[in-house]
Design a protein around this ligand. Structure first.
Ligand SMILES: Cc1cc2nc3c(=O)[nH]c(=O)nc-3n(C[C@H](O)[C@H](O)[C@H](O)COP(=O)(O)OP(=O)(O)OC[C@H]3O[C@@H](n4cnc5c(N)ncnc54)[C@H](O)[C@@H]3O)c2cc1C
Length: 449
């Protein structure tokens, strides 16, 4: 890998205002799309090539969907937008006076991207609350790499168990601990049980995958605290039915290669250690490192979780040409959900577009339209909560499916996902389970000679 620090701009001609968008997630893509036909040059920068549909990451992690079905190449997604340039790179630093953002390429070299307007939608990452040493044993669930690492861990665990001679040796490999009882933790725990109960049920000779013990470890007094109590109780009943073992009111206080320790939050502070070879972490999020870089460069403070506080129009206080949208922004108590990011991205881009078109600042306060939230629990059971509308069970499950298909990017992904769901529903099969020992020769980087 080279570490040269050569700098070069992207070679865009300066003829009209330049907009730079950092992040090709929900916020960044919806911001970019708002610029169709607007007289600006847009650069969309992301450290990955594709838009990832995070709400279905757990289905990719558990072998139901392929990575292709939950991602769309950004270049393909924005191919019809002649004023949008997609750049692969990781935003590293920013010179707010000169209005230049510096990003790094895969090989470590850097390039500069000048801007007149900047929209940052770089999202969050998993938070380990001061215990970064857990990362090596307990991967989080925020990126495509996380989902693929989890898939590898899950499939390897069943294979390891199958190869061991005694039940005692197999047990820790067949114990799966998920930290965090929010939507991601609940979805992941439910899917691991379904993988064991249905997809793998008749494929092993020595083990019964149905014996897989799935522990859901949660600090609160009920799972899915963002849903109302009735829906949360319905979810708990389904988790109990499919055999997920829920432990409420506990903190995870230690993680190692072979075990996880919990401590009860009550006065007793009772400790419990579970021998588990697969530990997954969904307990909390924090802003990606670029948020601190941005805050420092702009001289603003970070809010809880490292988010950047924004004005009502989503611009950064004191920096009318810089906007932060999506999970990374802190505004009132808006939740970190896809709709906030999509609407926020569109709003910030709209302010810029109108300013450019009218030749004078045109900013409106952001008004969030809450379309509700949904969570998958198990086959034929999902929750949907939207204002007075509350659904669970099969009705919720169908609605959940419709919502997710509608928001997946591209007809191909929608069709592929629907087909996969139908096949899995009918047969239980999950085919995205290919793992290998790894071939040292194929570890060569694409730019190696
Ligand atoms: C497992 C999971 C399930 C979820 N389920 C739901 C759900 O059911 N419903 C719902 O509404 N929401 C759900 N969410 C939340 C939703 O996905 C987020 O709110 C949404 O993705 C936020 O959009 P964003 O644009 O702010 O950030 P993201 O979508 O995270 O996009 C950030 C982008 O920035 C890029 N990036 C980061 N740092 C840099 C850098 N330095 N340089 C360049 N690029 C960078 C990343 O590669 C990424 O593409 C879920 C999230 C997860 C993780």
């Amino acid at each position: 890998m080279t570490t040269t620090q050569e700098s070069s701009s992207l070679g865009l001609q300066r003829s009209r205002p330049r907009v730079v968008i950092v992040g090709g997630g929900f916020g960044g893509v919806y911001a970019a799309k708002r610029f169709r036909g607007v007289d600006v040059d847009v650069t969309l920068l992301d450290r990955g090539t594709s838009h990832v549909f995070q709400p279905l990451l757990y289905q990719c992690a558990t072998g139901l969907l392929s990575e292709g079905e939950i991602t769309t190449p950004l270049r393909h997604l924005l191919r019809g937008y002649s004023n949008i340039h997609v750049a692969l790179g990781e935003a590293q630093s920013i010179d707010a006076d000169q209005k230049v953002l510096t990003a790094s390429r895969f090989d470590g070299s850097t390039f500069d991207v000048p801007y007149d307007y900047l929209i940052v939608a770089a999202g969050m990452r998993q938070a380990y609350h001061g215990h970064d040493e857990y990362i090596q044993w307990a991967p989080g669930m925020k990126t495509l790499d996380d989902a693929l690492a989890i898939r590898r861990k899950l499939i390897s665990a069943f294979e390891m168990a199958e190869s061991l001679p005694t039940p005692e040796e197999r047990k820790p490999w067949l114990t799966f601990a998920v930290a965090g009882g929010g939507p991601t933790g609940v979805e992941l725990a439910g899917q691991i049980r379904e993988l064991a109960l249905r997809a793998l049920a008749h494929e092993f000779q020595s083990i019964d995958p149905g014996e897989a013990r799935v522990l859901l470890l949660h600090g609160g007094d009920r799972v899915l605290p963002s849903f109302n109590r009735k829906l949360s109780a319905a979810a708990q009943a389904t988790l109990d039915k499919i055999g997920v073992e829920t432990h409420l009111g506990v903190h995870v206080t230690d993680v190692s290669e072979t075990s996880v320790e919990t401590t009860s939050k009550d006065g007793a502070k009772a400790k419990n250690r579970f021998d588990a070879r697969t530990i997954l972490w969904t307990a909390g999020v924090e802003a990606v490192p670029f948020a601190s870089v941005l805050a420092q460069a702009l001289g603003v403070k970070q809010a809880a979780g490292g988010r950047i506080e924004v004005n009502p129009d989503l611009s950064v206080p004191g920096h009318p040409n810089v906007w932060v949208v999506g999970d990374m922004m802190a505004l009132k108590d808006l939740p970190g959900v896809a709709e906030v990011a999509m609407q926020g991205g569109r709003h910030a881009a709209g302010c810029i577009a109108r300013t450019v078109e009218r030749g004078a600042p045109d900013r409106k306060p952001f008004k969030y339209r809450d379309l509700g939230s949904a969570a998958y629990i198990a086959r034929r059971h999902a929750l949907v909560q939207a204002g007075p509308i509350q659904m669970s069970g099969a009705v919720g499950w169908v609605s959940w499916g419709v919502i997710h298909i509608a928001f997946l990017a591209g007809y191909r992904n929608r069709f592929g996902t629907l087909l996969n769901w139908a096949v899995t529903l009918a047969s239980g099969a999950r085919r995205e389970r290919a793992i290998t020992y790894g071939d040292p020769q194929s570890a060569r980087q694409p730019y190696d000679a």
